[in-house]
Design a protein around this ligand. Structure first.
Ligand code: ZN
Length: 74
């Protein structure tokens, strides 16, 4: 688990071949995110928890979610 003191960035996630998932704080739904698309729109130095704060749920409209880094096995 990565602590808040040293949040992972999009660049870290891509480097490790990981995916990102966001859990809605309103309804609990989760959604997988396209890290490469996020890196292009927000920049590779964007901190992962900050993406969660900005995310808006497509199901219930709640703003803010919890981020989870998902390890992709090759
Ligand atoms: Zn929701």
């Amino acid at each position: 688990m990565i602590g808040d003191m040293n949040p992972a960035t999009l660049a870290n996630v891509i480097q490790n071949n990981n995916d990102l998932r966001v859990f809605c704080n309103g309804c609990g739904r989760c959604r997988d995110l396209d890290v490469h698309a996020l890196s292009k729109s927000l920049g590779p130095e964007m901190a992962v928890p900050e993406i969660g704060r900005r995310a808006r749920c497509t199901a219930c409209g709640h703003k803010g979610g919890s981020m989870q880094v998902v390890a992709v096995r090759w």
